[in-house]
Design a protein around this ligand. Structure first.
Ligand SMILES: Cc1ncc(COP(=O)(O)O)c(C=O)c1O
Length: 453
């Protein structure tokens, strides 16, 4: 047999990579990075890709020095833009195990052990949401993929159940505050949005009832999509009220809890999520506020058989994975076939840290948002836009024009003080903090606010 070096264990390269990972894991705090001058990335990549390979020490050094530093560290406690991340050390370590073992989680036939562990986490999330025994799903790459996969099932069930709608366009009721991925999913699955006005940015049962009553053709509205934790402001829709309407009228009820869903485990906000018990499907992203590494979203269905009817891929070479009807094949629950066993990182971390540690870490984000609101109210330079619902805080700097927010945001990053990006609220440009890293503290927030004087 010919020697194939690239498949042969290389102790030196292994040590080098493990040492890099060790150093990255030990960083405390994680540096924000990517401030100041954007490096010449073409130059950094120059010469690395060649016919005969480059010394791994050279490639790793180029990565560590020029490329990794040209990425803002989402897991820095100073990263407060968009939706940050704060993967636990245990989840990061176990993600290395998933990679080193090439763990897939496609079918029970291939990967029962990995899937059983992933399903333990999914069951935990389903129970926390109040879903009945039998609920299930799979982990997908992110909230966008989760929303899309769930809404495909909603559309297909409506077509199956309502033959009288054949030839008609289907419509899905949704609030104007829904995440951009929902609009994108509607486009892909070719359904129309019925946009419901909200009360103070929150979708309520009365908003939904009013729109349904006033509609000329309500039977073509086959699904309702609510949000549990809007991205812009952390607002949780009236899940209980909306869910009751969906159940009573036979419409599919999907909840996008990609960001906010973690707060169902919190000590102070869990009541807002009681309505999750009535969903047909929901998503919550462990790579957001459940402290898992990218990329990981949990997708759950009340009746998984509905999802199988949409997502099972049929081919003669796949028959073998469907021979035993009781076996759980994650591939059957979303738009994917081969998939990384990405739920295992959270599984390991949840097992070793315990559920209570998760509750405490989620509570920390909510408390930090409350404290930031107090700091903003007490600060002479800024104003609170609204009290935070979950862990997002909106605030303004009176007297600033739009360009001032943009240049301040750039300066903050350049100075490595924070990554905070502006957003728009009721037409006005404002600043936005998203908290979820348990190590973000009042000192960091005050330091950032002081730059707005
Ligand atoms: C409410 C909500 N839904 C969906 C998404 C999309 O998730 P992803 O970026 O993982 O695709 C996000 C992302 O921030 C979100 O906040």
């Amino acid at each position: 047999m010919q020697n194939q070096p690239m498949f042969t264990y290389d102790p030196a390269m292994t040590d080098m990579i493990f040492e890099y990972c060790r150093e990255r894991l030990a960083m405390d705090p994680v540096a924000l990075d990517f401030g100041g001058v954007v490096p010449d990335l073409e130059e950094a990549l120059e010469g690395l890709l060649s016919d005969n390979g480059t010394d791994p020490a050279v490639v790793l050094d180029r990565f560590a020095t020029h490329l990794a530093t040209a990425v803002v560290s989402v897991d820095s406690p100073r990263f407060l833009a968009f939706i940050p991340a704060a993967p636990t050390k245990a989840s990061l370590l176990f993600d290395m195990v998933v990679s080193a073992s090439s763990l897939n989680g496609t079918s029970w036939l291939e990967a029962a052990g990995a899937i059983a562990a992933e399903n333990q986490v999914l069951s935990f999330l389903a129970r926390a949401a109040g879903l009945p025994e039998g609920a299930g799903g799979c982990f997908v790459s992110g909230g966008s993929m989760g929303n899309l996969s769930a809404l495909v099932v909603a559309r297909d069930r409506a077509r199956r159940r309502n033959p009288e709608l054949a030839g008609k366009r289907l419509r899905f009721l949704v609030s104007e505050e829904a995440h951009s991925s929902v609009a994108s999913a509607f486009r892909i699955i070719d359904v129309d949005a019925v946009l419901v006005p909200t009360e103070d940015h929150r979708l309520t049962a009365s908003n939904v009832a009013a729109v349904l009553e006033a509609d000329d053709d309500p039977s073509s509205i086959v699904a309702i999509v609510a949000t549990a934790g809007t991205t812009n402001a952390g607002i949780v829709d009236d899940l209980e009220g909306i869910g009751e309407i969906a159940r009573r009228t036979g419409r599919w009820f999907h909840v996008d809890a990609a960001y906010g869903g973690a707060a169902m485990l919190s000590s102070s906000r869990s009541h807002l999520f009681a309505g999750l018990a009535s969903v047909d499907s929901f998503i919550v992203d462990p790579h957001k506020w459940l402290f898992a590494p990218f990329d990981c979203a949990a997708l759950l269905y009340r009746e998984p058989a509905e999802a199988r009817a949409s997502h099972t891929q049929n081919a003669s070479y796949l028959d073998v994975i469907h021979d035993a009807p009781d076996e759980w094949n994650p591939t059957d629950y979303a738009i994917h076939l081969t998939r990384r066993a990405r739920g295992l990182a959270m599984w390991f971390s949840l097992c070793v840290n315990g559920i209570a540690a998760y509750r405490t870490a989620i509570d920390a984000g909510i408390s930090m948002a409350e404290e930031a609101a107090r700091l903003i109210e007490a600060h002479p330079a800024v104003e609170l836009v609204r009290p935070p619902g979950l862990s997002v805080v909106l605030f303004r700097r009176p007297g600033w024009a739009e360009g001032d927010y943009a240049s301040w945001s750039t300066r903050l990053l350049n100075d490595q003080i924070g990554f905070v990006t502006p957003t728009r609220w009721e037409g006005e440009m404002v600043a936005r903090f998203a908290f979820l890293h348990p190590e973000t503290d009042a000192e960091i927030v005050t330091e950032i606010l002081d730059t707005m004087r």
